[in-house]
Design a protein around this ligand. Structure first.
Ligand code: IMP
Length: 194
């Protein structure tokens, strides 16, 4: 795709990174609408409960910031830093945790917000780690679910979209720390990582 010839007419800004995208999977408008619906569902389910929404850095930060503005019940937010990818498109399986929570989640309802469930090793690790802090409940919310690559038995309680086994970027998702600022989710051209 050439810069400036995006086939999404509602995306008025042309990003340099557009040229690295093979095709758009979800437009900004589709993301906005899915996130608003998810926010409504979460608001209903957690009404009257002490909710802490946890953002898994860095990939879910855009999704997370949109999602919490669609959650109408009272909630607190926190951030956890974990990653399983280096510069590759394949999970290393080794989870590196570089930031723990600041809040005490004991007896609180925790909703972990992830960008994408791939092998789900990262989420499996986080679940075990956070369960040790004795929350009243622990649920998983993911923007994308790449089920074909699942290696551990973890499933999302809330999700926006299923995706096929392709490497996607944008709306917070990166390759080698790039493309997070794209307002849509697109499939990265293979020549960018091969
Ligand atoms: P998992 O532990 O294999 O589930 O890996 C989850 C993490 O891998 C996500 O939080 C992402 O940061 C990254 N990841 C997996 N698939 C993709 C992708 O298609 N694009 C960008 N990042 C991805």
């Amino acid at each position: 795709m050439e810069t400036g010839v995006l086939d999404n007419p509602t995306n008025h800004i042309c990003f340099e990174a557009d040229a690295s995208i093979k095709s758009i999977l979800y437009t900004k408008e589709e993301l906005d609408s899915a996130v608003a619906n998810l926010g409504k569902k979460i608001s209903n389910d957690y009404k009257g409960k002490e909710l802490i929404v946890v953002c898994v850095l860095k990939g879910s930060v855009i999704f997370f910031s949109d999602l919490i503005r669609n959650i109408s019940c009272d909630c607190k937010i926190d951030f956890i830093g974990a990653s399983s990818y280096g510069c590759e498109t394949q999970s290393s399986g080794v989870i590196r945790m570089y930031k723990d929570l600041d809040l005490d989640i004991k007896d609180k309802h925790v909703l972990i917000v992830e960008d994408i469930l791939d092998t789900a090793k990262t989420m499996d690790y986080l679940i075990h780690m956070l369960k040790g802090k004795k929350p009243a409940g622990l649920k998983i919310c993911t923007l994308l679910d790449k089920k074909a690559r699942r290696e551990v038995d973890v499933s999302a309680d809330y999700k926006c979209f299923d995706v096929a086994n392709e490497f996607v970027v944008g709306y917070g998702l990166d390759f080698n720390e790039e493309y997070r600022n794209l307002p849509y989710i697109g499939i990265l051209k293979e020549e960018k990582y091969n």
